[in-house]
Design a protein around this ligand. Sequence first.
Ligand code: AP5
Length: 217
Amino acid sequence: MGKVFILMGPPGCGKGTQTSRLSAKLSLPHVDTGSLLRKNIEDGTALGAEAKGYMDKGELVPAELVSRIIKNRLEQDDARGGYILDGFPRSIEQAHILEGIQNELGYDTENVAIYFDVPTEVLVERLVNRRSCPQCGKIYNLLSIKPQVEGKCDVCNVDLIQRSDDTAEVANARFKTYNESTAPLLDYFSDKGILKKINANLPIDEVWAQILELLGK
Ligand code: AP5
């Protein structure tokens, strides 16, 4: 049976960083709603135009838009054997939507939710110092994971970018949204017996070691 990993936790907890490693380790597709939405904005789609206003304010994009993106992505053949969800579901409503999509697709998979536990206080600093490569998506941090050449991606040598929602003001709005809409999923997944928790307030390699331990690797 294939595995579906649901990585959850507050903005900046390290989901994207660890999903890249997990995706490479297990050869499972990385399905990241935030990046898929930003791609729609960049491509100038109607969906992107509608999503942008919510993202700029740190609010959840309406579930109907996100579920369309997720369904299109999970219908692709590479998701049949499992996948890693980074940033979805983000509410009980979205958890029900995921279950509906999974039932419809009928892949032989089981869900495992991994909660990245980090106190909010350390996250604003992580977010305002995040930079990423617009080409390969590699994530850097001006304090902890610096590129070899200032402002350039180590892999692609293109200029790194800063996300427009990585300001202290929008980050605080994102934490509020997380606490109101996403945190209730912890009890939801716990009641289903699929929730695993890791301490994500540690260096990246130590967070990764906990994930490997969960996987029994
Ligand atoms: P999204 O892009 O998903 O953002 P997010 O959930 O806020 O998460 P981030 O990407 O900010 O953080 P991350 O946990 O991946 O951290 P990272 O590894 O980069 O969503 C953006 C917006 O899109 C939302 O606000 C919403 O509007 C919309 N949206 C997305 N999904 C949606 C959905 N399902 N429904 C509705 N709307 C949706 O790490 C952060 C930084 O910390 C990096 O610089 C990294 O280098 C560094 N770092 C990572 N780990 C460590 C560590 N252990 N120690 C020190 N530094 C670390």
